[in-house]
Ligand binder design. Structure first.
Ligand SMILES: NC(=O)c1ccc[n+]([C@@H]2O[C@H](COP(=O)([O-])OP(=O)(O)OC[C@H]3O[C@@H](n4cnc5c(N)ncnc54)[C@H](OP(=O)(O)O)[C@@H]3O)[C@@H](O)[C@H]2O)c1
Length: 331
């Protein structure tokens, strides 16, 4: 099958042939119709995750998909050939910039019927990240105040809609050109970071979802009320994350050191800091799918590229200016 392949970290992505995937008893073989492109793909290509996610090279890149079930393993109960599905495959079994992939049935869900393949492929990674941050970790409730950094990005566009669905009061940051977009998604207050500083405007937030740099993370502490939760998906990783990955005590120590400062500052502000690296979950994708079917959440697509232009799609994501998501069409 055709695929985009990493032969060595920091090298050029190669468009070439790879063997068709083999399926285990609990796996589903999916023909990929569309794949979402994320900043994570470039980070993996450049080896930024090689210590915590030790992939064997050559590696097929790509972290989310929509497609059609071709074949199922002997123990698969929930899917059959012909089903339209979407997924974020497990972090150890990525590879959606390809024609086919084997995915565990636990990580797969039926694609929302109202979405095209391209729209569905834009959802899993950012949808699960927002869900696990706001619903699982923060336990966001009706009437609570949440700040979602970078509301116009992939995670932000989904997180605003999810927080509004829960009944939260949503503040977000973006630049002048994207103010209308985030308002249409439901943001109650919008801070134009080109003109204003969010930390001077906002107060008493229950939750902040950070996806930006360390400076923004630090400033985010100032807008939280005592007891509030600061959740970062862009680092630094905390010791709990090392334990979740099952890493050695040395890695746990490294992550303790990396997050020492922000955890100490958080303690001083009487708020709780945690890092999140989203995980695959077919169950959560089913719940997200129901919200999409009721119209509570809709995908936001910036650009769709043909499969051959995957490298260009990644370069576009790397500009950091994407509004919503970028997707490649494979079939
Ligand atoms: N840990 C996890 O599980 C996880 C999951 C998903 C993503 N992530 C990480 O989270 C980060 C964001 O991901 P993403 O997919 O949302 O990225 P993205 O879609 O590429 O983000 C682009 C958006 O960020 C906005 N932006 C850039 N600088 C900003 C600033 N200073 N203030 C406010 N908005 C700003 C841009 O708006 P303007 O053009 O208006 O500036 C643009 O719309 C990445 O680092 C990614 O790797 C982590």
């Amino acid at each position: 099958m055709k695929a985009f392949i990493v032969d060595r970290y920091k090298g050029k992505l190669r468009f070439g042939d790879m063997p068709d995937p083999e399926i285990r008893d609990h796996d589903v073989l999916v023909q990929i119709y569309a794949a979402g492109v994320n900043p994570l793909d470039s980070k993996i290509r450049d080896g930024e995750f090689k210590l915590i996610l030790p992939y064997r090279l050559p590696l097929i890149l790509g972290n989310e998909l929509a497609g059609v079930v071709i074949r199922v393993g002997s123990r698969v109960r929930r899917f059959k050939p012909g089903d339209e599905v979407y997924a974020r495959p497990d972090k150890n079994r990525i590879g959606t910039f390809a024609e086919f992939i084997a995915v565990s049935e636990d990580d797969l869900a039926i694609k929302p019927k109202s979405l095209t393949m391209e729209e569905a492929a834009s959802i899993p990674l950012v949808g699960l990240a927002a869900w696990q941050a706001l619903i699982e970790k923060a336990k966001l409730k009706k009437g609570q105040k949440v700040l979602i950094q970078a509301g116009s990005g992939g995670v932000g566009t989904f997180a605003i809609q999810l927080a509004k669905h829960v009944g939260a009061i949503v503040a977000t940051t973006t630049s002048t050109a994207n103010i209308d977009l985030v308002r249409r998604l439901g943001a109650d207050s919008v801070i134009d970071y080109k003109k204003d500083s969010f930390e001077e405007i906002l107060r008493d937030c229950d939750v902040v979802l950070n996806s930006l740099d360390g400076e923004t993370l630090k400033k985010s502490l100032r807008v939280l009320k005592p007891g509030g939760k600061l959740i970062s998906i862009s680092g630094p990783p905390d010791p709990e994350f090392a334990r979740y990955l099952g890493l050695s005590r040395i890695f746990e120590m490294v992550m303790r050191l990396l997050s020492f400062r922000i955890r100490r500052q958080a303690k001083r502000h009487q708020v709780h800091y945690s890092f999140l690296f989203m995980r695959a979950s077919g169950d959560q994708l089913r719940q997200i799918g129901s919200l999409i079917e009721t119209g509570a959440i809709r995908p936001v697509l910036d650009r769709v590229f043909p499969f051959e232009l995957t490298k260009e799609a990644m370069a576009y994501v790397e500009t950091g200016r994407v509004k919503g998501k970028v997707v490649i069409t494979i079939k």
